[in-house]
Design a protein around this ligand. Structure first.
Ligand code: C2O
Ligand code: CU
Length: 498
């Protein structure tokens, strides 16, 4: 990187730190059981004198929030008004593979795709975004990503905030890169613009009471170390796929791309104050969050390490504390829901997924820091099935990262409980429901999961790295779930060698 570019990147950072002049966009909420999602193109004026082509759903930029209840039967009519193919994936939801919206369910230009399914997940913060073969990063970066919020009876009964956009606030953080013509660019180290809910330099008027934030890292490639500028506590109440048993008190919270966390922050008595939600990347130790020898921060993309996002603290959102609402939540709820993580004694299958590099030449070293990255030494192939799981079976998956950078691993269909990280067993209290986990360089993670409800011998689900250009470049595999009771013994033996 030249110094000139570094300086312009730095001035952009400073600009975004000191000029929080845009009211945070709260994506419009869609409720009911039929959802019409019109995928379209448009433009925005992020920088004066230039318009930037964008995508949106039911608008020209970003996507609405879908709000449903557990048990609802919903239909989503996704109409593709773009001139290229798209897809729409319900990230974290437990749905049949043909409704999952992965690369095997493309929506042609002009077509409408209408999956119908029951909401089986517990209350949590999910999201949706395109997932086309090789097309996820460009389409998400241009604005196609929205929240998918599920409520359930246990969650609605809790004394926690529930008013969308007022004290129950969606926050999707996305760093974006602009090219020299101020067009949204992908997979570059110039992702110097921080957007929250599609807003640059955002501020939010937070009422002086307990506020629930649904944090989503919707970035293509950056992780964030969330914290508040006045050092006050953050109470985490939920992980990707559900609520925890009790709030966990912390001042810092790391989310890698694709991960969510629901948190409570108590602004009681703070009317008139201004604080900042920031990412404290500078605090993260070198070598744990990336084999980073230049910067000192979280580094999910080693080859882009010469980037201030890796080593510097920066502001995500200005919070202006305003008068409380008429019926505020004023204390942090002491307990949440019963958390019943899976039990390892029930696991009947161990599976290992190696995050590695594809060796293009025999002389290539196997654990390079640059790609192309693969899983079990393979690149994604639309026409093959990489893993076969059996219905109602509990499995232990070991993710082994043989590369020099960290990768956020995501699996469709299921939620999992992380049981071991860096070779250390996680206590039951930290085994919340997850669908993305960051696997550190040359490190490993073990999780427990169970394949339930849906089988389909031909349509696969995906598992992949959630750094979107890694996914697009083939760091993805597929699995099917089948009912073993419908098969003979010899079929099973054959499948095990597939
Ligand atoms: Cu958020 Cu397979 O994706
Ligand atoms: Cu990756």
């Amino acid at each position: 990187m030249t110094n000139a570019i570094k300086i312009s990147a730095l001035s952009l950072l400073l600009y975004s730190t000191i000029n929080a002049q845009n009211l945070l966009n709260i994506p419009p909420a869609l409720t009911g059981t039929t959802f019409n999602l019109n995928v379209q193109s448009g433009s925005q004026s992020f920088y004066s004198s230039t318009t930037t082509p964008t995508y949106g759903i039911n608008g020209s930029w970003m996507s609405p929030t879908i709000i449903v209840n557990k048990g609802d039967s919903v239909t989503l009519n996704v109409t593709n008004n773009l001139s290229i193919k798209t897809t729409m994936h319900w990230h974290g939801l437990h749905v049949a593979p043909q409704n999952d919206g992965g690369p095997h369910q493309p929506i042609n230009p002009g077509a409408t795709w209408s999956p119908s399914f029951r909401i089986l997940n517990n209350a949590s913060t999910f999201w949706y975004h395109p997932h086309g073969a090789g097309q996820t990063d460009p389409q998400v970066s241009k604005g196609l990503a929205g929240f998918f919020i599920v409520h359930d009876a246990a969650e609605l009964a809790l004394n926690i905030p529930h008013t969308y956009g007022i004290d129950d606030v969606p926050i999707v953080v996305q760093s974006k890169a602009f090219d020299i013509l101020q067009q949204i660019a992908i997979a570059t180290n110039m992702d110097t613009a921080i957007f929250v809910n599609g807003t640059l330099n955002p501020y939010f008027n937070a009422p002086a009471q307990v506020v629930r934030f649904r944090l989503l890292n919707g970035s293509s490639l950056r992780s964030y170390n969330f914290g508040l500028s006045n050092g006050q506590n953050i109470y985490q109440i939920g992980t990707d796929g559900g609520l925890l048993d009790t709030p966990k008190t912390m001042t810092r919270l790391i989310l890698s791309p694709g991960e969510r966390a629901e948190v409570l922050i108590d602004f009681s008595g703070m009317t008139g104050q201004t604080i900042y939600l920031k990412s404290y990347a500078s605090e993260l130790p070198t070598g744990i969050y990336g084999a980073d020898t230049v910067g000192s921060g979280i580094d999910t993309v080693h080859d882009y390490e010469d980037n201030f996002l890796n080593g510097a603290d920066f502001t995500l959102l200005q919070l202006n504390i305003t008068s409380p609402t008429s019926s505020p939540v004023t204390s942090i709820v002491p307990s949440l829901v019963a958390l019943a993580p899976l039990n390892p004694v029930n696991a009947t299958k161990n599976r290992t997924i190696v995050l590695d590099t594809i060796r293009l030449l025999p002389s290539d070293i196997p654990n390079r820091a640059d790609g192309p990255f693969g899983l079990n030494s393979r690149s994604f192939d639309m026409d093959s099935i990489n893993q076969i799981a059996y219905l109602n079976t509990t499995e232990i998956w070991t993710l082994k990262n043989n590369t020099l950078i960290a990768h956020p691993f995501h699996i469709h269909d299921v939620q999992f409980n992380v049981i071991e990280e860096h070779g250390i067993a996680l206590p039951a209290s930290q085994r919340g429901w997850k669908d993305v986990v960051l696997v550190m360089p040359m490190d490993s993670v073990k999780f427990l999961t169970k394949f339930e409800t849906f089988t389909n011998p031909t349509v696969p689900y995906m598992y992949h790295c959630h750094l979107l250009h890694h996914e697009d470049d083939g760091m993805m595999g597929s699995f099917i779930v089948i009912d073993s009771s419908a098969l003979g013994v010899s079929d099973l033996e054959n499948l095990d060698h597939a």
